[in-house]
Write a protein that binds this ligand. Structure first.
Ligand code: HEC
Ligand code: HEC
Length: 333
């Protein structure tokens, strides 16, 4: 059934299966942006992106030369690692799953708990974290300054052949800004191709934006509100609650809403990698999560029938644009 939203001038396909009308969400709210945002003091340039790509894939950014950013943010794992907890984190209390770095140009809060506020600021954290790359920024600058190839890449990118900490951060940030989800069938549907996704997936979209209220948190073309919520998982990790006073009840156990684009087939999903299928994820939301003071107000239990669950999953799969593969760079000598 078609319902034409005359007020906004858009034609929205909303099959009405229940007596109460589903929320009318505009396809246009999900339109992909036309340009990549970058901060004024680090505009995107091809030379910075090329340098950043080289740094991203270079294991010499780790003390013992064994780990690059791409070890954990790998192109063939949707720019994550496919692991429940990252390499080296076995001894880490409440270790968190590696998020993808795709679409990170649009992130306003980084890390599961939002403790970094820009890609530039985030870039040095994994380099100096002991269980990750375990290096020191001054020693890294010294190491890279000793590699001729890097001096010429820095000269091109920053008109200065001296390797610097700021330059390393700016280049890594620039490269990551270019990692964008490939167009998915959903994007064609948003742009008006009514046959780009199946009828079941369209029904899933109306469940996502209506009855199941996933849209309360997974909004915009990236399917995130860039905010933090406790969705009631059984996990001792306080997430954002570690950084804000305990009186801010809603931030206890709260984690950043992840994007739903390009989800890996069997996860692992969630900050602790605790779920392995979309069926399991949907079951969790239907039950409404663990009841506790911090549980997000948007977490409301609901019930779907088997066909509705399948439709919701069919919709989530239309957000998959396939792998974003790139050729690994030659590392400079
Ligand atoms: C050992 C695995 C590992 C390595 C190596 C690693 N990362 Fe990560 N990365 C992670 C994990 C785990 C997180 C999430 C940590 C958290 O939220 O507490 C993360 C988070 C991020 C984020 C934030 C994404 C978001 O959605 O908020 C960015 C950006 C990022 N890493 C970039 C990099 C860069 C650049 C490098 C190389 C300098 C790098 N990572 C190296 C595992 C790794
Ligand atoms: C209250 C806000 C909220 C609502 C409502 C919500 N989500 Fe989430 N979603 C989140 C947050 C926050 C996480 C990460 C939680 C964590 O790891 O602790 C998440 C994680 C996920 C993940 C895992 C993604 C990944 O990369 O690990 C999927 C899939 C997902 N949600 C789908 C849905 C679906 C489908 C619905 C509707 C049935 C929904 N969400 C409703 C906030 C929400």
């Amino acid at each position: 059934m078609r319902l034409v939203n005359l007020l906004l001038g858009f034609c929205v396909l909303i099959p009405l299966h229940t007596s109460q009308a589903d929320t009318v969400a505009n396809r246009a709210d999900f339109q992909r942006p036309g340009a990549i945002p970058a901060p004024p003091d680090n505009p995107l340039t091809e030379d910075k992106v090329a340098l950043g790509k080289t740094l991203f894939f270079d294991p010499r950014l780790s003390r013992d030369g064994s780990m690059s950013c791409a070890t954990c943010h790998a192109p063939d794992h949707r720019w994550s690692d496919g692991r429940i907890i990252p390499l080296g984190s076995e001894q880490v209390e409440n270790a968190r799953r590696t998020p993808t770095v795709m679409n990170s140009a649009w992130l306003s809060a980084l890390m599961w708990d939002g403790r970094a506020s820009s890609l530039e600021q985030q870039a040095t954290l994994p380099i100096t974290t002991p269980h990750e790359m375990n290096f020191d920024m001054d020693e890294l600058v010294e190491r890279l300054n000793g590699i001729d190839g890097y001096r010429s890449l820095f000269l091109k990118a920053f008109a200065d052949e001296q390797v610097s900490k700021v330059g390393i951060a700016k280049a890594l940030a620039s490269f990551q800004r270019t990692l964008i989800s490939p167009r998915a069938p959903f994007d064609d549907w948003v742009d008006g191709d009514d046959t780009a996704i199946s009828f079941a997936a369209q029904r899933g979209f109306s469940i996502f934006t209506g009855k199941a209220q996933c849209i309360a948190c997974h909004s915009s073309w990236r399917f995130t509100d860039d905010s933090f919520h406790d969705i009631g998982l059984d996990s001792p990790d306080l997430g954002r609650g570690n950084w804000v006073p305990a009186v801010v009840t809603l931030m206890q156990h709260a984690f950043k809403t992840p994007t739903l684009r390009d989800l890996p087939e069997n996860g692992p999903f969630m900050h602790n990698g605790s779920m392995h299928s979309l069926e399991q994820v949907i079951e969790h939301y239907e039950q409404g999560g663990q009841q506790r003071a911090s549980l997000s107000h948007e977490m409301q239990a609901f019930e779907l029938n088997e066909a509705e669950r399948k439709a919701l999953i069919a919709f989530l799969k239309t957000l998959d644009g396939g792998p974003l593969t790139i050729t690994a760079p030659d590392l400079p000598e």
